[in-house]
Design a protein around this ligand. Structure first.
Ligand code: ZN
Length: 280
């Protein structure tokens, strides 16, 4: 072990893998202890009926898939908060009393602070403010994780959540701009409206593209694409390989870009290539 620890704070089983599986595998193999918060069981996801027969509920299927992916990628500790999935923005599920969207910020922040103080990560990664593709649960996790990141080191805040600990770096994981632009081009080619994409017509590619923030950190993951793919297969009820040739996909996914939120990146700073650069 290197003494390096990283906490990922996400919302659904698959956010970790589809979002940054290659990066997780890379750091795990380098000896970084990786912990993951998954605040819901993803129980509003749509899954093919054959998956339900084995596990009984959508949430159970997705948690089993998460455990498979965590094992493949080398995630060592998993913290599930058990909120109900809020569904896409504007759907009835947003109003469910048990869903993350309805939870009080204080309550969620307190849970994340407790994990930060227990795990003691130097690096924390969560969604960007738009929530990647705009999912309400992603937006909540960005907001509450950011609050928790800055509160964890203050003993006066959330004293019930354990002794104070100050993490050093906070990153946001934005949507992949190149992939979104390819999706927009493809939707025009197929005479679809890029503002109404997906099985439920609830993805607005134009808005997603416009909300991708500037990034400061690039992590190369070319050597970890096979293991990333294996973890993708774990999430079989959700995984759809992008409709492109494998060599092209490998080129497009060989590096991944992140926003450095804290310490705040200046406009002129050199691009970072390691989350742990400058960590003490
Ligand atoms: Zn998600």
């Amino acid at each position: 072990m290197t003494g390096k620890r990283m906490l990922l704070s996400f919302a659904h089983p698959d956010d970790e893998t589809f979002g940054m599986g290659g990066v997780i595998a890379k750091y795990a193999q380098a000896g970084v202890e990786i912990s993951l918060i998954c605040s819901t069981d993803g129980d509003r996801g749509t899954i093919p009926s054959e998956f339900l027969e084995k596990h009984g509920s959508v949430g159970a299927v997705r948690v089993a898939e998460l455990e498979c992916a965590a094992h493949k990628l080398g995630i060592q500790r998993l913290f599930r908060f058990g909120y109900s999935d809020s569904g896409m923005m504007g759907t009835d599920n947003n109003h469910h009393p048990e869903c993350l969207w309805q939870a009080k910020d204080e309550e969620v922040v307190s849970k994340i602070v407790a994990v930060i103080r227990e795990v003691r990560p130097q690096v924390v990664v969560t969604f960007d403010e738009y929530g990647g593709y705009g999912h309400p649960d992603h937006i909540v996790m960005c907001r509450t994780t950011t609050k928790a990141f800055f509160a964890a080191g203050d003993a006066a805040q959330y004293p019930e959540a354990g002794p104070a600990y100050t993490p050093q770096k906070l990153y946001y994981m934005p949507a992949k701009k190149l992939m979104i632009s390819l999706g927009i081009v493809r939707s025009f080619a197929q005479r679809q409206n890029p503002r109404k994409i997906g099985a439920n017509r609830d993805l607005d590619l134009i808005a997603i593209y416009q909300n991708v923030p500037p990034t400061h950190t690039t992590i190369e993951v070319g050597e970890f694409l096979d293991i990333w793919d294996e973890a993708n297969q774990c999430h079989a009820s959700q995984w759809q390989a992008p409709p492109m040739r494998k060599w092209l996909r490998r080129r497009l996914f060989a590096s991944q870009h992140f926003v450095r939120v804290s310490p705040k990146a200046t406009r002129w700073a050199r691009r970072e290539t390691d989350f742990f650069a400058g960590v003490q």
